[in-house]
Write a protein that binds this ligand. Structure first.
Ligand code: IMP
Length: 176
C-alpha cells in the first residue's frame, strides 16, 4: 500500500468510484449507439478512470491518447503544452475526451481549440471530477462523475508531483 500520510480524508471509496463509472459507461453507451465513438484519454491522470470506463462501454469504439501538461505541484501553470498528439485522424469521428478532473478549464479549452479544425463529427468531454468553483474559462463537460469543492485531490490517477496516482480511491491532499 502507498504511504498515505499526505491524505487528509477519503473523498470517494473504490466502491463509490466503481458504481459511478459503471453508470457513466451505461449512459455513454446509450447515447452513442451505432456511432463507434473514439475515446481520447488525456494522459497521465486519466489512466485508471479510462481503463474502468471503457470496460463499461457496450458499443464498438476505438481508443487514442494525448498527453498535455499544465500543472506543477498543487497549482496550474496556466501554460498548456501538447507532449503527445493523437495517432488517429478524428475526421468524421464522434470524439469523447476522457479527463481526470476539470479545474480552471484551461487544459480543455486549449484542447478544444487544438482539435476544432480537425473535422470531428462531434466532441464531448467526460470527466471523473469537476471543480466548477475554480473555473477561469467556459468549459462544460457533458459527462461528470462527481462535482467537488475547491480542494486538491489525489488517487485513482490523480497525482501530487507524480505521486499517489496508484491509490485505488480518491482523497483530499493534506497540505504540510
Ligand atoms: P485545469 O487546466 O486547471 O482545468 O486542470 C486540469 C488538470 O490539472 C487535470 O487534468 C489534472 O491533471 C490537474 N489537476 C487539477 N486539479 C487537480 C487536483 O485536485 N489534483 C490533481 N490534479 C489536478
Amino acid at each position: 500500500m502507498p504511504e498515505t500520510q499526505f491524505l487528509e480524508r477519503i473523498l470517494f471509496s473504490e466502491e463509490q468510484l466503481a458504481t459511478r463509472v459503471h453508470e457513466l459507461g451505461r449512459q455513454i453507451s446509450a447515447d452513442y449507439r451505432g456511432k463507434k465513438p473514439l475515446f481520447v484519454g488525456i494522459l497521465r491522470g486519466c489512466v485508471l478512470f479510462y481503463a474502468d470506463l471503457i470496460k463499461n462501454i457496450s458499443v464498438d469504439c476505438t481508443l487514442d491518447f494525448m498527453c498535455l501538461s499544465s500543472y506543477s505541484g498543487t497549482g496550474s501553470t496556466g501554460q498548456v503544452r501538447t507532449m503527445l498528439d493523437l495517432r488517429e485522424s478524428i475526421q468524421g469521428r464522434h470524439v469523447i475526451i476522457v479527463e481526470d478532473i476539470v479545474d480552471t478549464g484551461l487544459t480543455l479549452d486549449y484542447l478544444m481549440n487544438h482539435l476544432k479544425d480537425r473535422g470531428a463529427a462531434s466532441i464531448e468531454i467526460c470527466c471523473l471530477l469537476d471543480k466548477p468553483a475554480n473555473r477561469k474559462v467556459n468549459v462544460t463537460p457533458k459527462y461528470v462523475g462527481f462535482s467537488i469543492e475547491n480542494e486538491f485531490v489525489i488517487g485513482y490517477g490523480l497525482d501530487y508531483n507524480e505521486l499517489y496516482r496508484n491509490l485505488p480511491y480518491i482523497g483530499v491532499f493534506k497540505k504540510q
